[in-house]
Design a protein around this ligand. Structure first.
Ligand code: FEO
Length: 399
């Protein structure tokens, strides 16, 4: 049993898989589920790094006991307080009443606020402090806003393991293996982008600061709170997070539209056809009514070009487009090329609203907006082609 859970040295994987929940944070679909990773260091002193969602406490405790038997856990290191990881703190404290909780100044207010745990047995650490467990020596790095203000990362200097909290995380359960070299990790790349874009995406500059602090370390494995333990693919994983947190888009265009009867969709098709004719290969059309916005946001993070279309609805934007642009603004997305188009039957409003969004977004506007009355004709078709051409030309300038 013990052998199967070892990562390196005396570090064990004791996380759990959630294949039950439909929506992460009550918002984001989980087609492949999600793992809540926790790590146990079975050293002279026993340390647990983060806990799991409270629904999985029994399974979690069983995994801990399978490694350490009746020995107590000496330290609980809290890298992150969001309840998908902190949910089992109260019960862990009940099972191990003498456990010392390790966290920073921001952590303990949350421990008290969420779980009413008084400040006894606490070890307050600052950036750069260390903790010696016997064989393993841990050093703490504060990484605020990756993804909450209290977030920190713990580096095991003995074996080169970075316990990174949500950083470098991905949706998807760990089916069998938990180390990347022992599993097929294909599904995790898209799920990592979707996780980043929707959960951590607002905090690009905080992620950049954390990367500056951490990438000089001799990292041999990244142990995140979600998804595989990364050993073989460290470079790729850091590369994805680096690129996303710089808001660096690849060549490609996301065309997203809200339509009732398909007329606005015909404008999107015309734009896409012209983009393709101009040599742009990555073109993704999303019907915002049908596709969950988490996938659309992930694609917007991935590609440099964005074209948004909306029919006029109640003298406003189509509701799903209204909701989507609010999500884009909330994430403080930067450096995108933006085109837009709309339609109406008797009174034009969508294009005006999209112009307001364009101004707020600070994206670079490309081409002329197209506003269509009722249905597509040759004139509107040509204007859509012109918009597609303008976007293709702008993207090609970056080649
Ligand atoms: Fe996985 Fe921010 O919690």
């Amino acid at each position: 049993m013990k052998q199967k859970t070892i990562i390196r040295g005396k570090v064990h994987y004791v996380g759990v898989n959630d294949r039950t929940k439909h929506l992460f944070e009550g918002l984001w679909p989980l087609p492949y589920g999600v793992s809540y990773n926790s790590y146990l260091i079975d050293d002279g002193k026993v340390a647990l790094i983060d806990t799991v969602d409270i629904c999985y406490f029994e399974v979690f405790l069983h995994k801990i006991k399978a490694v350490i038997g009746d020995r107590p856990v000496d330290y609980l290191i809290i890298n992150h307080m969001e309840p998908d990881h902190s949910g089992s703190i109260s019960l862990i404290k009940k099972y191990y009443p003498n456990i010392t909780i390790v966290g920073n100044k921001q952590t303990f207010g949350m421990v008290e606020g969420f779980y009413n745990i008084s400040p006894d047995h606490q070890l307050l650490i600052k950036n750069g402090d260390s903790l010696d467990l016997g064989y393993h020596k841990l050093r703490f790095y504060l990484t605020p806003m990756v993804h909450w203000p209290e977030t920190m990362m713990t580096f095991d200097e003995t074996e080169g393991l970075l316990f990174s909290g949500d950083g470098f995380g991905a949706f998807g359960t760990l089916d069998g293996g938990f180390i990347d070299s022992n599993m097929n990790v294909e599904i995790f790349w898209d799920e990592m982008r979707r996780y980043y874009a929707n959960i951590v995406g607002k905090y690009g500059s905080a992620v950049q600061k954390a990367l500056e602090k951490l990438t000089p370390l001799p990292i041999k494995a990244i142990c995140s709170t979600h998804g595989p333990v990364w050993i073989d693919q460290i470079e790729k994983v850091i590369g994805i997070y680096d690129k996303l947190s710089r808001y660096e888009g690849e060549e490609g265009v996301v065309i997203v539209y809200g339509t009732m009867y398909g007329n606005t969709e015909q404008m999107a098709e015309a734009i896409a056809l012209e983009l393709s004719a101009q040599g742009i290969k990555n073109i993704i059309l999303h019907n915002a009514n049908k596709r969950h916005h988490s996938y659309i946001i992930a694609d917007i993070f991935r590609y440099k070009g964005l074209i948004i279309g909306s029919t006029t609805y109640c003298n406003h934007l189509f509701p799903e487009i209204d909701s989507l642009i609010s999500k884009i603004l909330t994430r403080d997305m930067k450096d995108r090329y933006l085109g837009y188009f709309g339609s109406f039957s008797w009174s034009s409003a969508a294009v005006k609203r999209l112009a307001e969004f364009a101004e707020k977004s600070k994206f670079e506007i490309v081409g002329d907006p197209v506003d269509m009355k009722m249905a597509i004709d040759d004139n509107i078709y040509e204007q859509c082609e012109k918009l597609g051409r303008a976007m293709a030309d702008r993207l090609k300038k970056d080649r």
